[in-house]
Design a protein around this ligand. Structure first.
Ligand SMILES: [Zn+2]
Length: 139
């Protein structure tokens, strides 16, 4: 399990992609899950434009999701509604980011090989899930 503030998959940093690479290529896990939760403290900080110091650099990735979905989020009546919808949009975006990693692309490419020798180097990866924990913990 890998966690970070708001559970982001940022392909330009090495921590999360390294965890995925090790799990998929070395441990040969079959399932990769991206898990979000309502009440996420990082998402709330972005919605409420809260000053959180250094972490604001990291949360800029969540601000990008806000900007890309401004039409939808601006139409919501309360910050709780915006926060809940942003939690959902964030998970969807992180699943897309996992799909964009070279690790997943390579795993899917290897799965498409037809000879036994080629399949011998493939990973165990079979499923990518985007899901929600019902926990409302603040992290
Ligand atoms: Zn959270």
């Amino acid at each position: 399990m890998h966690r970070n503030i708001t559970n982001l998959v940022v392909n330009s940093e090495l921590n999360c992609p390294s965890v995925i690479q090790f799990a998929v290529e070395v441990l040969k896990v079959e399932h990769v899950m991206v898990v979000g939760h309502y009440g996420c403290g990082g998402v709330q900080a972005v919605v409420q434009q809260q000053s959180v110091g250094l972490a604001e650099n990291w949360l800029g990735h969540v601000e990008d999701i806000v900007h890309n979905n401004a039409d939808q989020l601006d139409g919501m009546k309360s910050s709780d509604q915006r926060s809940a919808r942003l939690c959902e949009l964030k998970v969807t975006e992180q699943v897309a980011n996992v799909c964009r990693t070279t690790i997943l692309r390579r795993a899917w490419h290897l799965m498409s090989k037809s000879t036994k020798a080629e399949r011998g180097v493939r990973t165990g990866l079979r499923f990518l899930h985007g899901t929600f924990s019902m926990s409302r913990s603040q992290n």
